[in-house]
Design a protein around this ligand. Structure first.
Ligand code: BJW
Ligand code: ZN
Length: 255
């Protein structure tokens, strides 16, 4: 959704909740970074996975079957993302952190929340900025060789310890989420006075289950997304707009 320059109406009830909330939890997905130029996963026109089958790329089996293709894909994204910037939505959440305890629990593997200045950020699906050995798990800090195009194959660097192939520090389908991040995310949803769910299709578990914790406790849950999701009709409010338009308007409305 393009920024029309029009003010985004924020419901009075939401402003009231937001002003009163001491602990605000923001659950973010790929849509949070869309306006920084990072394609979402499932959006039909721009999603990375409209060009690739995710099951062929984001699993351990895929890496075993074709490590050069999977490594090349992540290396390309790594290089592309190094030059992206936080958008007005990331910046608004960081600003909100000056007046409330704002905890960001993200499925995103970029670092745009941190770069915008948010200080409490947990990554449920890992990070594209850490790499490790596929075989022995030892961290890798060397150069990341680049493909010459998006689907270019690149042989992964080898582990200095066991010779295994290097993989990105992200969570693939069928892998466990980092326990600390998931536990912190669950605790944050239990502690929250207000939960915002921004830019996620809400279909990948266990992340998609976090809003349920807040709903079960009667904590207000507000969705920010240009489209509807399985959460939309269960949320206390759903703001049909983008992260970079709705979040600054909401934070401005706090006064
Ligand atoms: C905007 C916008 C703008 C656009 N502003 N909004 C059946 C039931 C329950 C669970 C399972 C099941 N079958 C299998 C599972 C488990 C599986 C799962 O959930 N599968 C489902 C698909 C059914 N989960 C797992 O495997 C997880 N592990 C696990 O459960 O371990 C235990 C276990 C082990 C073994 C067996 C079974 C269980 C791990 C999940 C890991 C997900 N990893 C990925 C890849 C990360 C690396 C990478 O980036 O390549 O994480 S998949 C991908 O999806 C990525 C994302 O973080 C994740 C979520 O996507 P997200 O963020 O919601 O993006 P989109 O594109 O889907 O949506 C964008 C949204 O933004 C849309 O709504 C737009 O409208 C909106 N939008 N522009 C605001 N400007
Ligand atoms: Zn190794």
């Amino acid at each position: 959704m393009a920024d029309t320059g029009q003010p985004v109406p924020i419901p009075d009830q939401l402003v009231e909740w937001a002003r009163a909330a001491e602990t605000v939890v923001v659950l973010t997905g790929a849509g949070m970074s869309a306006e920084s130029g990072i394609a979402t996963f499932r959006d039909a026109e721009t999603g990375l996975w409209s060009r690739f089958d995710p099951q062929q790329l984001a699993t351990e089996d895929a890496f075993r079957a074709d490590p050069d293709l999977v490594f090349g894909w992540y290396a390309w994204r790594y290089d592309q993302w190094a030059t992206t910037r936080p958008n007005a939505g990331h910046e608004a959440l960081a600003r909100w952190g000056d007046r409330a305890d704002v905890r960001v629990v993200t499925q995103n593997i970029d670092d745009l929340h941190e770069r915008a200045g948010s200080t409490w950020v947990r990554h449920l699906h890992g990070s594209l900025f850490t790499w490790r050995c596929f075989d022995c798990g030892r961290p890798y800090v060397g150069p990341i060789p680049q493909p010459d195009h998006e689907a270019g194959r690149v042989p992964p660097p080898r582990c200095g310890s066991c010779g295994g192939p290097i993989r990105p520090g992200v969570v693939w389908f069928g892998e466990m989420l980092p326990t600390d991040a998931l536990d912190d995310g669950i605790q944050a949803c239990q502690d929250a006075d207000l939960v915002l769910v921004v830019g996620t299709s809400g279909i990948v578990y266990p992340a998609a289950g976090l809003p349920e914790i807040a709903l079960g406790l009667g904590t207000p849950v507000v969705e920010v997304n240009p489209d509807s999701t399985p959460l939309t009709y269960r949320a206390d409010a759903a703001l049909r707009g983008t992260a970079a338009t709705v979040l600054p308007a909401l934070v401005d409305a706090l006064g």
